[in-house]
Design a protein around this ligand. Structure first.
Ligand code: NAD
Length: 305
């Protein structure tokens, strides 16, 4: 398992595209596949082999990495007649890096185990900039041996690869983290809106809160008002980044998990309701920090034309 050289990478979107290129930079032979011809072309220009199908991508692969939108895509890519399980070499390592519900992750892992594959769920935190920089944080669910097998594959794309627990634990960590992120972003936005109403200069409020007990990642790394953090999407009209629609997806996964697990998460539920409202008024394609505009009452939906 430690002699992994050939990797099939399926799902070359905003995240998967740059992640595949970092595997090439890490010295792996990468066969890339996506339904989008444009995404395939970019992967090919970056040194991947452009595969014509999932079967073609996984032929000869020692490991398969997937980065897909949601659970239904993951079930299809792995389980369909023309999918990974049907065509990958027996015993190869499978790493699903998509953010999906815990139940589907466990289901796919169980199917993989039954068919003799070694699988981990390995969702990421960090966004597109970290995908490009190879500085994602991977939260890995699976047996200890599977985690150790996955480490050398994930490391060229990572600043940290952390074992969260058994199958599904990576997804559990991811949705708990993102529920906290959604709540902290809304809290940070509300603090700026109130500061503005109270006549505080946003930069001065930032300087104080960043050194006081209100300090958090949404404030100091992803500030929702332009100026204090030059790399934040607020400085480029809230172009994503991480869309509000993706945040809503993750908050809904957290709400479902809370319901299934009988956990009380009232602020998570309120954050989901606020992001659903933002999506309803046309904010879905906007960066998730752009919700400050709705909270302030000055949001205008972008012209999709
Ligand atoms: P994306 O929509 O840009 O990319 C998904 C890609 O999967 C697309 O290129 C699509 O064509 C491809 N795809 C879908 N079905 C396929 C199939 N059957 N076969 C082959 N390719 C298929 O999404 P993204 O922003 O790259 O996000 C991917 C995952 O990463 C999501 O689960 C998301 O929640 C998670 N994530 C995203 C971010 C972010 O900042 N964008 C951050 C952390 C995690």
């Amino acid at each position: 398992m430690s002699n992994i050289q050939n990797i099939a990478f399926i799902g070359l979107g905003n995240m998967g595209g740059p992640m595949a290129l970092n595997l090439v930079a890490g010295g792996f032979e990468v066969a890339a596949f996506d339904l989008s011809a444009e995404a395939l072309q970019i992967a090919k220009a970056g040194g991947c082999r452009a595969a014509t199908s999932i079967a073609d991508a996984v032929a000869g692969a020692d490991a398969v990495v997937t980065m897909l939108p949601a659970g239904t895509h993951v079930l299809g890519v792995y389980g369909a007649d023309d999918g990974v399980f049907a065509h990958a070499k027996a015993g190869v390592l499978l790493c699903d890096c998509s953010t999906i519900d815990v139940g589907t992750a466990r289901d796919v892992a169980a199917q993989a185990a039954k068919q003799g594959f070694v699988m981990v769920d390995s969702p990421v935190s960090g966004g597109v900039a970290a995908a490009q920089a190879g500085s994602l944080t991977f939260m890995v669910g699976g047996e200890e041996a599977a985690f150790r097998a996955a480490q050398p594959v994930l490391e060229p794309m990572a600043k940290a690869v952390i074992h969260a627990g058994d199958a599904g634990a990576g997804q559990a960590a991811k949705i708990c983290n993102n529920m906290l992120l959604g709540i902290s972003m809304i809290g940070t936005c509300e603090a700026f809106v109130l500061a503005e109403k109270l006549g505080l200069d946003p930069q001065r409020f930032f300087d104080i809160a960043a050194k006081a007990s209100g300090q958090n990642w949404s404030l100091t790394s992803y500030c929702p008002v332009p100026g204090p953090v030059p790399t934040a999407p607020s400085n480029r009209g809230y172009a994503p980044g991480f869309t509000a629609a993706m945040m809503l997806k993750d908050l809904r996964l957290a709400a479902q998990a809370a319901k299934d697990g009988n956990a009380s998460t009232p602020l998570g539920a309120e954050a989901a309701a606020l992001y659903a409202r933002f999506d309803d008024v046309g904010g879905g394609s906007v960066d998730f920090s752009g919700i400050i505009q709705m909270l302030r009452g000055d949001f205008t939906a972008p012209d999709e034309g």
